[in-house]
Ligand binder design. Structure first.
Ligand SMILES: Cc1ncc(COP(=O)(O)O)c(C=O)c1O
Length: 401
């Protein structure tokens, strides 16, 4: 027991650092090729544009840019976000439907706190974004998992689960879903499935938290409109982020939702951090207004497509054929399934000893299943690291077959 453990609140007991995070920490400062993170390639940061914008803001708007501001975000950015989200096909919204957060992670934290009580029935994809799951876990809901197929969540399984719950007199409160370039599966839902999901949400009366973190980063095939664009009832809460398209260090994300939900989040955020940094918001507003993000995107997408292809080629060369993998249509990750007997948590230590790290896939399953899976990032490592790291992983897997 630590010296101060008796002083910590009961809530912190669910925050215990995971075995995996502890292991991955060991990579810090070592020459380990990391496929574990979800970092953008730093060459995609529009440094010169940001420098120019920051200088101009300090020259012309320092009184407001360095000042406290409104909890929901600066008006300039909220206005820009109305049109920017419009590029994803979301229309019929105004500034009052937009709320600026400290990355979409804070938005997830606030929304799950505002919406989820212990015991509530919550639907998540299997697998899904690990840190959303971790926040949800602190709310102690009843999880229901829907497997992700090559075309997104299996809606037939969802429908039968909804029917079953209904027959037991239970109701799903919300579904957390990443319909486009899913993290970690890399899949995108078809338009028909999106419409069908919205019908299910309407018939069974649940909210949809739509995480569109990679919506601007689809580099292959169709990019159908987000669920929010198909939402006629205001039941979709849309989350966007600047992290993958401008800079994660600015820590900026946004929510698009019905005003009643926005107001509740606003009350909550007043207790969290008052507001999102004003200066960063001015930078983002200007970056949209000047088209910096829009003109940078084609370069980022083609770089990630190139890296994805490079990694897939390396996997095809070095991984045994018994390893299955996704071919992501966007985003930053490839998800792999090793033969059933593998436990990728146990394998991680050995992989790191050989100089390569990944995230064991079980972290992305609410029930910690998927023990033979791993998530591998291709956006951050360079080509030489991709080739070398995949070769090391391939040799390790082969040695255990
Ligand atoms: C699906 C998804 N949602 C949300 C986030 C949180 O990102 P941020 O807080 O930087 O916006 C991430 C980050 O990797 C993500 O992959």
């Amino acid at each position: 027991m630590g010296k101060w453990e008796g002083f910590f609140s009961k809530e912190t007991s669910s925050l215990k650092s995971s075995e995996i995070r502890d292991l991955l920490k060991l990579t810090e400062g070592k020459s380990v090729i990391s496929f574990a993170g979800g970092l953008p390639d730093p060459s995609t940061f529009p440094v010169e544009d940001i420098k120019k914008i920051a200088d101009e803001i300090l020259e012309t708007k320092s009184a407001s840019a360095l000042q406290y501001t409104a909890t929901a975000g600066i008006s300039e950015l909220r206005k820009q976000l109305v049109s920017f989200t419009g590029l994803r096909g979301v229309t019929g919204i105004n500034e009052n439907n937009v709320f600026v957060s400290v990355g979409s992670q804070e938005a997830l934290f606030m929304l799950f706190n505002v919406l989820v009580d212990p015991g509530d029935n919550i639907v998540v994809e299997k697998p899904t974004y690990l840190t959303a799951l971790n926040v949800l876990r602190t709310r102690k809901p009843q999880f229901h998992g829907v497997p992700v197929t090559e075309r997104g969540p299996d809606l037939q399984i969802l429908e039968s689960e909804l029917k079953k719950l209904h027959s037991e007199g239970k109701k799903v409160k919300l579904m957390y879903v990443i319909p486009t370039a899913q993290n970690p599966a890399g899949t995108t839902m078809y338009l028909d499935d999106r419409k069908y999901l919205m019908e299910l949400a309407s018939s069974y009366d649940f909210l949809v938290v739509e995480d569109d973190a990679y919506g601007f980063l689809v580099f292959d095939g169709d990019n159908p409109p987000p669920l929010k664009a198909l939402d006629k009832e205001g039941r979709v809460i849309y989350l966007g982020t600047f992290s993958k398209i401008l800079s994660p260090g600015l820590r900026l994300g946004w929510i698009v939702a019905d005003e009643e939900i926005i107001r509740e989040v606003e009350l909550f955020k007043q207790n969290v951090d008052l507001h999102t940094p004003s200066f960063n918001q001015f930078i983002a507003a200007e970056a949209i207004r000047r088209g910096v993000i829009q003109s940078n995107l084609p370069k980022t997408k083609s770089l990630y497509k190139e890296k994805r292809d490079y990694m897939i080629n390396a996997m095809d060369k070095f991984f045994p054929s018994s390893v299955k993998r996704t071919k992501p249509v966007g985003g930053m990750f490839i998800f792999t399934w090793l033969p059933e007997k593998f436990n990728t948590v146990q394998l991680l230590q050995e992989a790191m000893n050989r100089g390569v790290a990944y995230v064991p896939g079980s972290s992305f399953f609410y029930d910690y299943s998927g023990t033979n899976t791993m998530r591998i990032n291709f956006s951050f490592p360079n080509k030489a690291e991709i080739e070398r790291g995949i070769e090391i992983l391939g040799n390790l897997i082969r040695s255990k077959l």
